[in-house]
Design a protein around this ligand. Structure first.
Ligand code: FAD
Length: 635
């Protein structure tokens, strides 16, 4: 969907080892999945995609999203989520529903997403609602399926006039025209219910003729099966892309279970290899990786498989190994923007965000999810768009370690302010605390520290040890190449710039000293606010945003993707103060000393942000901080 990501292949794949720039367009361009696929086919650039199924429990969902994140680093063309009969229309709130998993993948993990949908066991009205929900969530790709019948079921396909997947494809096209890219299932040895392979092929052609854009195949065990299938499809006039479905064998039991479900025979040579090692999961997994790599090489070299679709079974290890061995696991070598782009087409014009949520991007997406345009006038000319409430979106809990783990990181018993300072300092330095635990997060950061932050670790570590509790920062840069490995983003051959930025909580006494010092530094813009709002000092215009990151590129307008916006700061400020209580203080008993200490920070510390507009010189922000700390000692 995002056309400006550039890819570099890793590993030893000979057939397509060179760096390619197949994706062009504006910084952020929506292109339907089928067109992306066709572009990759035209440039003979193989891709991969990944299937997941919705987990049964919240813990399972948490685990799944971590695995998706690992695999998504390799830049799949898309990921898809299977459909289960238990899904209900509009079911986005239930964390384990297909719709919710698909929406989370798209909106919070920034993955181009396809959802499976079946047309059995439900009236047409419900199917209509599912399609509307998918559209609302921003999902643009559907794998349209008939679904299976279980023995003894009283569902008659004629009940909703959608007897076959081809009817469902037609229905989606009638209801939503070309809004969705539609995939359908193909069966390399024929669908088990169909009396003959040839007949099933003809039914596949009917599905494609009804409006399907591409085909994903059922799993198979031998490359020749798929190659013959593609040849047979072409002979009867099926011209769309046909993608092989690859099942990495991961254990004896799962192979038996899945082949039984798909009504497929495991070939004798595979059976003979794994039967003697059936109790040894590790050996089977190794064989599964070897077998899949060899089969995928034949498929890709045959020219019949333009990409590979992996049935991951919600595990990352085997698929990750296979992709790396094939050289298909891509790494992003140039970010289109300094922050991660959304995969939701509704946010396709989004080129600007306030810096405050840099470390809490999911919260920002959640709070702006009702915007119908980006930036929606917030940084344009029209009326101001308002930020939504920070709702109880379950993603925030999914990302959180459990209470016991948080307590081990942040301290079971806090006795003094300095205990909290230490937590902030160790988070910055990456050192272990007294429990031997690394502090991998603080409430204000739901992403890992960026590489550029590591360039100012010493300064930040010192400040935190002195009670200047930093929650966001960036160093100044003056015209570095847009391909710089740490700071680069945007189009090639451009230059990127940043103003030094520092945001922190600090005790009121220190903030008072700061206020005395700041007039000596007219190049610095600042905000100093309290949780109650009784202190709200600033030398900024009340509404005018300040660009803190920008880029200049050949033949393009200047892009300013990150701003310090006084109006957005007022919204962020509330969230930033609340996090003391909601995400930290609440871990402790109501009357405990620890809870009181955290509440003290909420009540008595002030939130400060500083922008040094003099980006061409070494920043003065460290001098200001040093002056503040030495003046405090002197007093
Ligand atoms: P259809 O294309 O409708 O075919 C079903 C049968 O009807 C075939 O035997 C076909 O030959 C026959 N047929 C088609 N048209 C006609 C006609 N006009 N006259 C007579 N016979 C006809 N199931 C789920 O529940 N959830 C999922 O998420 C899911 N994901 C899948 C993903 C893939 C890639 C695949 C391959 C399968 C998936 N399935 C899933 C399983 C699928 O639902 C079953 O295989 C189901 O039995 C057939 O679905 P279909 O869409 O292929 O059906």
């Amino acid at each position: 969907m995002i056309l400006t990501k550039r890819k570099m292949r890793t590993g030893p794949m000979e057939m397509n080892g060179e760096r390619k720039e197949t994706r062009k367009g504006s910084i952020n361009t929506f292109v339907p999945l089928i067109d992306q696929m066709k572009a990759q086919i035209a440039s003979k650039d193989p891709w991969f995609s990944l299937e997941f199924f919705p987990p049964k429990t919240m813990e399972g969902a948490n685990d799944l999203f971590q695995r998706m994140k690992v695999l998504a680093q390799g830049q799949p063309l898309f990921c898809d989520v299977t459909w289960h009969p238990s899904n209900h229309p509009g079911d986005v709130e239930k964390p384990t529903s297909s719709m919710c998993v698909a929406s989370t993948m798209l909106n919070y993990l920034n993955i181009n997403t396809m959802i499976h949908m079946t047309c059995t066991h439900q009236p047409k009205m419900k199917i209509k609602e599912h399609l509307i929900t998918a559209k609302k969530e921003g999902i643009r790709n559907i794998l349209a399926l008939r679904g299976d019948f279980l023995p003894g079921e009283d569902w008659d396909p004629k009940d909703n006039n959608l007897s076959y997947a081809k009817d469902f494809v037609k229905f989606i096209r009638e209801e939503h025209d070309n809004h969705f890219v539609i995939a359908v299932a193909g069966y390399p040895v024929g669908h088990p219910e169909c009396p003959s392979y040839r007949k099933d092929l003809r039914h596949l052609k009917e599905k494609v003729d009804a409006g399907a854009d591409f085909v994903i195949s059922q799993l198979f065990f031998d490359a020749k099966t798929f190659i013959d299938f593609v040849d047979d499809c072409r002979k009867i006039g099926i011209t769309c892309p046909i993608i092989p479905g690859i099942l990495p064998i991961q254990s004896y039991d799962s192979l038996r279970h899945i082949s039984k479900l798909a009504k497929l025979e495991v070939p004798k040579n595979i059976g003979d290899t794994i039967n003697p090692i059936k109790g040894n999961d590790e050996a089977i997994r190794k064989f599964g990786i070897f077998q899949a790599v060899e089969m995928c090489k034949v498929l890709l070299n045959s020219g019949k498989a333009p990409g590979l679709h992996f049935y991951t079974l919600n595990r990352d290890y085997a698929t990750n190994c296979i992709l790396k061995k094939l050289g298909l696991f891509a790494v992003d070598i140039q970010r289109p923007l300094p922050w991660k782009l959304s995969a939701n087409y509704a946010r396709i014009d989004e080129e600007i965000r306030p810096i405050f949520w840099n470390m809490r991007p999911q919260s920002y997406i959640c709070r702006t999810s009702d915007w119908d345009k980006f930036p929606n006038g917030r940084w344009g000319n029209s009326s101001l768009a308002s930020f939504g409430k920070l709702t109880d979106y379950y993603m925030f809990y999914l990302n959180q370690p459990r209470k016991a783990e948080l307590l081990k990181m942040w301290g079971t018993h806090l006795e003094k302010e300095e205990d909290v300072w230490k937590v902030f300092q160790l988070y910055i330095t990456g050192e272990e605390n007294e429990n031997g635990i690394k502090i991998s997060m603080i409430p204000w950061n739901d992403d890992v520290l960026s590489t550029e932050t590591s360039l100012i670790t010493n300064e930040l570590s010192y400040l935190n040890s002195q009670g200047v509790l930093t929650i966001n920062s960036q160093p100044a840069i003056n015209g570095l190449s847009s391909s710089d490995p740490v700071f680069g983003w945007g189009y090639p051959n451009g230059y990127v710039y940043q103003k030094a930025y520092l945001e922190f909580f600090v005790a009121k006494e220190k903030a008072d000293i700061l206020k005395d010092i700041l007039p000596k530094y007219p190049q610095v813009n600042y905000h100093i606010v309290s949780s109650k709002g009784d202190i709200n000092d600033s030398n900024c215009d009340e509404t005018q945003p300040i660009a803190v990151t920008w880029g200049v590129f050949p033949g393009q307008e200047i892009i300013q993707p990150t701003v310090v916006d006084p109006v957005a700061f007022n919204i962020w400020k509330q969230e930033a103060f609340d996090l003391w209580k909601t995400n930290w203080g609440n871990l402790y008993q109501p009357d405990s000393e620890s809870r009181k200490i955290i509440n003290y920070f909420h009540e008595h510390y002030l939130l400060v942000n500083l922008v040094d507009n003099e980006f061409q010189k070494p920043t003065c922000l460290w001098d200001i901080m040093a002056d503040m700390l030495s003046e405090e000692k002197r007093r």
